[in-house]
Design a protein around this ligand. Sequence first.
Ligand SMILES: Cc1ncc(COP(=O)(O)O)c(C=O)c1O
Length: 408
Amino acid sequence: MKDRGYYSQFGGAFIPEILVPTFDELEREFEKARSDPNFWNEYTALMASYSGRPTPLTYAENLSQHFGGARIYIKREDLNHTGAHKANNVMGQGLLVQRMGKRRVIAETGAGQHGVATATMAAKLGLECTIYMGEVDVERQRPNVFWMEQLGATVVPVREGSRTLKDAINEAFRDWVSNMHTTHYVLGTVCGPHPFPTMVTYFQSIIGQEARRQVLEATGKLPERVYACVGGGSNAMGVFSGFLEDPVELVAVEAGGKGLDSGAHAARIAGNAGTVGIAQGYKTYFIQNTEGQMLDTHSVAAGLDYVGVSPILAHLHGTKRVRFEAATDAEVVSALKLTIRKEGLIPALESSHAFAQAFKEAGDLSRDDVIVVNQSGRGDKDIFTVADAFDDPGWRDFIRQKAEAYRA
Ligand SMILES: Cc1ncc(COP(=O)(O)O)c(C=O)c1O
């Protein structure tokens, strides 16, 4: 097991001895499922009937005209049940949980999308569910906390450290060590110890398989570039998987926060802020100090506000297969505004990073060129953050009235 799960120097499984049998069981079950030809069919049938897959590829005609360059196509992961690509991974792991006969699931969540998806899966499959979420994220993603609780999950606010995603992951691992016989940890992205990066990529590759087929159908050619935002990296690995063997440029967009010089961002690779280290059970670029203490990150998008990055993406950066860029909070908010107005689409703040970078580049390409932007999720969950960023007076009045009504 120790030698497996490496992508050049990145990845591995740095886990406490006590968890080794649990990881062995998970890897065994995953490999068995992956080599069973019926399993992928069972998975895609479930995603079709429960999550509306295949999600469409939408031609963004107005945005394409606006920039006057490449034709822009949008892969609509926002149309999954629960509003993001997170459902792909969660339902896949749900099928594995059933195979392992476990009765309880736990998960970490940043933006709350992975938590909502996990709570949904648990409700559907009749499993007990606990979600760990940093206290800061609980505050900024209240609508998702509400839905997780309605779905029957216990949401535990994590008050350690920076009170964001990395702290929620630490807490979920602590739970798992105490409850591994009954519990499966539904890790939400392509990070963590092996086999999670490989396994989550496998489930998310459904995005890329569909997108490749759809873009060929729609345009008769492969795209020049594919854009995806990167928190841990699961929607990026999902869509990139479809094009890895093709002459297609893959662009990963990290959170540039308040600017790469500000220190307030999460651009581990594009911002040169990450150094190679081992934490949370795997080896990758982390934003850390020289003693290996994780530092605080910032992004307007909770789901990108994370210190580490997928070991697979770190490897693909090393081999120059994936180009890393960053978009700032301000660029993201204006890309979101433009997308809403021009296309009637409301991407999540996370996804808006991919849009922002595509918009910077679309005008330099020609009309014969095609680009695909992965809309990893929908923006409904962001209404509080976005209404503040847009400084919307009607929304401010609404919140004030609500507050007064509660006080009365
Ligand atoms: C809509 C959306 N997109 C992207 C992400 C980032 O995760 P990943 O990089 O694993 O796709 C999140 C995480 O919560 C999310 O909710």
